[in-house]
Design a protein. Structure first.
Length: 367
């Protein structure tokens, strides 16, 4: 099960520098001119989770395999992208393919790095990108809704189900609001319909404030403005210095924490970003553990046991019988599977069990 976060923003805000540090590669060219990134670069990164090491220590696993999430570095967007300006059409096509948007905002001053709008105002930058996405969605919906209205008049079942969702989304866009506001309290059926519409502003958003090295630990007036904007939208915010993260990416693991401490930081900003992206997609982790390996598995919150088993292999879901389940805290505190069983903390869960974050699971199934 793959999950993608698209890294977007105006040109020259630090997207590619951040992507290179995030994936510890030089795959995404970074330079001081617009549209340096033309083809999207994709990289998979491990989701930091200290629980893995603790479980592995109990089971004495030979291998530790973290769960992973993909990040896509997408070409910079400019005003007029919804009408094809710059690399607009390509940008919009690429962003439709991701599950969530990581919106990088320039929150640093540097006369040597050109800003496409000629000023430093991250809130205005965010509004520029959001406006272009809403305009593209508005054009798409206005074009498609005509046919659905005709089909609904003919009592077509699909159109009758889809049209109310389209109408609500269109009303939001016409009011200058993103479609993701519909996600609050939406039914599962309507959510599937909304996802099928593939609207740009239906994606959840995480704002990343790219700051100078001196502001990495404290933020600045620009990050405060972004945090206020995000709070009003119910969006998340992470403050990162892409320059620091690029330096950290070049260091041996044993030198990372010492370098970060010298900058007043407790952990790489990218760890915060990865975890925030994971949370943004409403994902949780369950574990499988044994002498061979301890492994993390990614599922959406609310997933039932058979579907969680299917992430490992489709045969596990098809032939699901039950799942031995031990809560993470019980597994670690009691010292593993045998002790958890003796303490009555190992449960046999059936097909209706909703997997919880941190569950250590062993699936029983028929092939």
């Amino acid at each position: 099960m793959g999950f993608k976060c698209g890294i977007v923003g105006l040109p020259n805000v630090g997207k590619s520098t951040l992507f290179n540090a995030l994936t510890r590669t030089a795959a995404a060219q970074a330079a001081n001119y617009p549209f340096c990134t033309i083809e999207p670069n994709t990289g998979e990164v491990a989701v930091p989770d200290p629980r893995l090491q603790k479980i592995a220590a109990v089971t004495k696993s030979k291998e530790i395999i973290p769960t992973r999430i993909s990040f896509v570095d997408i070409a910079g967007l400019v005003r007029g992208a919804s009408k094809g300006e710059g690399l607009g059409n390509q940008f919009l096509a690429n962003i439709r393919e991701v599950d969530a948007i990581v919106h990088v905002l320039r929150c640093f001053e540097d006369d040597d790095i050109t800003h496409v709008e000629g000023r430093i105002n991250p809130v205005a930058d965010a509004e520029t990108v959001e406006t272009e996405l809403m305009l593209a969605d508005l054009e798409s919906l206005e074009r498609r809704i005509v046919q659905f209205r005709k089909r609904a008049q003919g009592k077509e079942k699909e159109a009758l189900a889809v049209l109310p969702v389209m109408e609500k989304a269109l009303a939001l866009l016409q009011d200058g609001k993103p479609v993701r506001l519909m996600l609050q309290g939406i039914s599962l059926d309507d959510l599937k319909i909304l996802q099928g519409l593939n609207l740009l502003t239906s994606h959840p958003v995480l704002y990343v404030c790219n700051v100078a090295e001196t502001d990495a630990a404290t933020g600045n007036e620009h990050t405060l403005a972004v945090e206020a904007m995000a709070a009003a939208q119910g969006a998340g915010v992470v403050v990162i210095s892409a320059a620091i993260e690029a330096e950290v990416a070049q260091l041996p693991d044993e030198e990372e924490l010492e370098f970060l401490a010298s900058m007043g930081l407790e952990e790489p900003g990218l760890d915060k970003l990865i975890r925030a992206g994971y949370a943004l997609l409403n994902l949780i982790t369950y574990f499988t553990a044994g002498p061979k390996e301890t492994r993390a598995w990614t599922i959406e919150k609310g997933t039932k046991a058979p579907q969680a088993a299917g992430v490992i292999h489709t045969d596990f879901e098809r032939g699901f019988i039950r799942a031995q389940t031990i809560a993470y805290e019980d597994y670690v505190n009691l010292g593993g599977e045998v002790a958890a069983k003796e303490a009555g903390k190992a449960r046999d869960e059936g097909k209706e069990y909703v997997v919880q974050d941190g569950d250590v699971m062993l699936f029983k199934f028929n092939t």
